[in-house]
Design a protein around this ligand. Structure first.
Ligand SMILES: CC(C)=CC(=O)SCCNC(=O)CCNC(=O)[C@H](O)C(C)(C)COP(=O)(O)OP(=O)(O)OC[C@H]1O[C@@H](n2cnc3c(N)ncnc32)[C@H](O)[C@@H]1OP(=O)(O)O
Length: 257
């Protein structure tokens, strides 16, 4: 498939997707979301890909949903076209996705980053949910995911005032896993992705599924779910290989089996 609003590359076992609408600060329009979904589909079904990195430009990861595209919508059109719902493809991808964020991650841009499995931030990153300033509200998980990341008080302040958070505050609040110098962002994201992609893919996928379950269930149910998957890893050749390699003091050779 030819892409016009994103760049898609395979770097070894890592799938790299770069949002590429620089003139609009990577504003997320329907075409971009459709291309992003197609790229995610292709990486999800590609056995050689073990991890995905999603990034933007130096100035903007993404400045939100495309305001110019949304502006003419009325209620029936937004309801019938299920505006924004296709974005959820990012959160349903079963392979790990790392968001590498530099510059603005606003509105839908912040929500897109939060749909990924973790966020690495450049020291230039700025996160915010400014929809209130446009007479609307977050529509792609901002009130829900941001609240789970940073707690009610900060999420409420950000969604109600539109205030942006810089990278340091985002790290202190638990929104991002790490802050790195902007010049090192992609390299650090790729290093993390390569590390993940070298592990057993089925076990990586089970781990992702289990961590995500923590957001959707009680502690007791989540622990039961984790225990089932933990036991299931003993049905893989990779568990046997990993433990045998440790005992034999050699590097494991995982075969995703
Ligand atoms: C998901 C849901 C439900 C909702 C949303 O996401 S709503 C959108 C939320 N995002 C915003 O409100 C941010 C809007 N953008 C800005 O406030 C500013 O662009 C900025 C603070 C991010 C950067 O300001 P700066 O002065 O550096 O750059 P601009 O001249 O303002 O922008 C450059 C260029 O990009 C266009 N742009 C920026 N953001 C968007 C956007 N979200 N949708 C569409 N277009 C956007 C901007 O219009 C300008 O293009 P033109 O020069 O052609 O007007």
């Amino acid at each position: 498939m030819g892409y016009e609003t994103i760049r898609v590359e395979k770097r070894g076992k890592v799938g790299l997707i770069t949002l590429d609408r620089p003139k609009a600060l990577n504003a997320l329009n329907a075409q971009l979301i459709s291309e992003l979904s197609a790229a995610l589909d292709s990486f999800e079904t590609d056995d050689r890909i073990g991890c995905i990195v999603l990034t933007g430009s130096e100035k903007a990861f993404a400045a939100g949903a495309d305001i110019k595209e949304m502006q003419p919508f009325d209620y029936p059109k937004s309801y019938m076209s299920d505006l924004i719902t296709p974005w959820e493809r990012v959160s349903t991808n079963r392979k790990p996705i790392i968001a590498a964020v530099a510059g603005y991650a606003l509105g839908g841009g912040c929500e897109l980053a939060m749909m990924c499995d973790f966020i690495l931030a450049a020291d230039t990153a700025k996160f915010g949910q400014p929809e209130i300033t446009l007479g609307t509200m977050p529509g792609s998980g901002g009130t829900q995911r941001l609240t789970r990341f940073v707690g009610k008080s900060k999420a409420m302040e950000m969604c109600l005032t539109g205030r942006m958070m810089d990278a340091q505050e985002a790290e202190r609040s638990g929104l991002v896993s790490r802050v790195v110098p902007a010049d090192d962002l992609l390299e650090e994201a790729m290093k993390a992705a390569e590390k993940i992609a070298d592990f057993s893919l089925p076990v990586v996928m089970m781990t992702k599924e289990s961590v995500n379950r923590a957001y959707e269930t009680t502690l007791a149910e989540g622990i039961r779910f984790e225990r089932r998957l933990f036991h299931a890893t003993f049905g893989t050749e990779d568990q046997s290989e990993g433990m045998t390699a440790f005992i034999e003091k050699r590097a494991p050779q995982f075969r995703n089996k």
